[in-house]
Design a protein around this ligand. Structure first.
Ligand code: NAP
Length: 505
């Protein structure tokens, strides 16, 4: 197994001038001002396709972030009194600016996250759609009037904003993971402090710049950038601070569990969108061509680095060989390279530790007797963060590829005999984010949809994310839902108001 010398690589990097990089903000955004870390420390942002430095941003610590929390608290006092229509209009302004700049935003996604440009455009459109959606939902944050059982009393329940919230986001969807949270928070009347991932802070800062242009008041939207070294102290501060009333986190289950614990000290509301281990089941009666198309979209989008990515392909015995042959054919058509170039549909992994993780999982399978039918190693001729699209068969439940979220371009295939056995394997995991299956039997479609222990099901479909639908998981994949008409719930409290001594006629 190869070993990558991460430190040596980092120090040998040189600064690279990206086409529009001079227009990227390079400071944190607190209370409507651009600022550096008090310590003066910074960290570099790397283009994962080339390894070049594309920006340098401030490395904030807990002391800096306390200033952002204070600003969010002051701003909350006036933001919470704005009308839903006023917040809706400001979010709409923001949305219009985002749409106008969609190409510029997609270029940033490709530069800092490595996605092929077409995919980046798709993410930008998905990310922007949350701002549009919550600009509309702001006005539908209804309360409830409930008929009272007592004549002299009336019952009313209203929804009020939680207060300033902390939003912690991952690198795999640099725009969408922020807009999905922040636009819901702002629509509800909350202010926010956003901590983007170390690998993708540029997008967060550009989003901040556009909120400023949209007229969103100072202190409502704050972005605190930090290196992986400083992140834990910032996470702890956000979770334990009495000035933060809710946390919304998207990322790994391991970090989610830590934040959940930290939030207990202030009994803080927490929304968690965590890791998955999605089964993708192909039944004997499925349309195999459609199943392969769905498998390719689900598995290889963002080089397999999506939380809803198919992690285990479960294929019924009668179609097992045929499906694998077709999948191999489709995989051969993938074009790897720098996502900014035309025709590329498979970019790099985000960083060296992700490459090491994927390689460890593939080698573990190899060593325990699995067959590697396609790929199986780093694609060094493209760069050190590229990994060959890989197909593994003869997988057993003691292999890491069976139990762990791979987060890479590795398709793991497992055969099964009956529907019952397929479901047993699918549900044999402590994760439960997405699940997919292909079947043309209507009764089976209902049975399996209900039996899968996941928050989201794709029936004859490999791409399921949509602003209008509730996104979230069960088991150790998370708490709460984002997007949809439920997306405001994480940011509001229900207040019951009892009107007494009412004189009825
Ligand atoms: P991660 O390591 O958990 O990081 C996610 C975010 O948490 C980053 O901003 C990271 O900052 C921060 N973080 C790390 N340690 C922290 C700590 N101790 N306290 C506070 N914040 C901390 O996850 P990742 O590797 O970036 O993302 C991949 C994972 O996210 C996968 O498991 C994937 O399934 C999951 N994900 C889930 C969803 C969903 O909606 N369910 C969507 C996308 C991704 P640094 O970057 O500075 O470490």
């Amino acid at each position: 197994m190869f070993f990558l010398h991460t430190r040596t690589l980092r120090t040998s990097l040189k600064m690279y001038n990206y086409r529009h990089s001079s227009a990227w903000p390079s400071q944190a955004y607190i209370n409507g001002s651009w600022c550096n870390a008090k310590s003066g420390k910074t960290f570099n942002v790397i283009n994962p396709a080339t390894g070049e430095i594309i920006a340098t941003v401030p490395d904030l610590n807990a002391t800096d972030v306390q200033i952002a929390i204070n600003a969010a608290n002051i701003a909350f006092q006036s933001w919470k009194t704005t009308t839903a229509k006023e917040r809706s209009d400001l979010l709409r302004n923001w949305y219009n600016i985002l749409v106008k700049n969609k190409d510029y935003l997609a270029e940033i996604v490709t530069a800092e996250a490595g996605k092929p440009l077409q995919e980046s455009l798709g993410e930008v459109s998905y990310g922007n759609s949350f701002v549009e959606w919550f600009s509309e939902e702001a006005r539908r944050n209804y309360g409830e009037y409930v008929p009272s059982p007592i004549k002299s009393k009336e019952i009313l329940m209203i929804r009020q904003p939680l207060g300033p919230v902390g939003l912690i986001t991952p690198w795999n969807f640099p725009i969408a993971m922020i807009t999905r949270k922040a636009s819901a928070a702002l629509a509800a009347g909350c202010t926010c402090v956003i901590k983007p991932a170390e690998n993708t802070p540029i997008m967060a800062l550009v989003l901040a710049k556009f909120t400023q242009e949209a007229g969103i008041p100072n202190g409502v939207f704050n972005v605190v950038t930090a290196s992986r070294e400083n992140t834990p102290q910032i996470g702890q501060l956000l979770c334990e601070s009495p000035g933060i009333y809710g946390i919304s986190f998207t990322g790994s289950t391991e970090v989610g569990k830590l934040l959940y614990k930290q939030c207990s000290s202030t009994v803080k509301r927490i929304g968690l969108e965590l890791g998955g281990n999605a089964p993708f089941i192909v039944f004997d009666n499925a349309d195999l061509d459609k199943a392969v198309a769905g498998a390719m979209a689900s598995k290889f989008r963002n080089c397999g680095q999506t939380c809803v990515s198919a992690n285990r392909f479960l294929i019924q015995k009668q179609v097992y060989s045929k499906f694998i042959d077709k999948l191999m054919e489709a995989m051969k058509k993938l074009v790897m390279g720098n996502g900014k170039d035309c025709g590329i549909n498979l970019g790099p992994l985000i960083n060296i530790s992700q490459v090491e993780k994927v390689d460890r999982i593939v080698n573990d399978a190899k060593n325990k007797g699995a067959k590697i039918l396609v790929g199986g190693k780093q694609a060094m001729n493209y760069g050190e963060r590229f990994y060959e699209p890989t197909l593994i068969t003869d997988v057993k439940d003691n292999m890491a590829c069976y139990t762990e979220e791979i987060f890479g371009p590795v398709a793991v295939c497992i055969g099964f005999e009956s529907e019952e056995e397929g479901l047993k394997i699918a549900n044999n995991t402590n994760r439960g984010l997405a699940g997919y299956f292909y079947s043309n039997d209507l009764s089976q479609v209902w049975r399996v949809s209900k039996a899968l222990e996941v928050g989201m099901v794709g029936v004859n479909e490999g791409i399921i994310s949509s602003t209008e639908a509730a996104f979230g998981g069960v088991k150790e994949s998370g708490l709460g839902r984002e997007g949809s008409s439920h997306g405001l719930e994480d940011y509001t409290e229900i207040k019951y108001i009892c009107f007494g001594n009412i004189q009825q006629n």
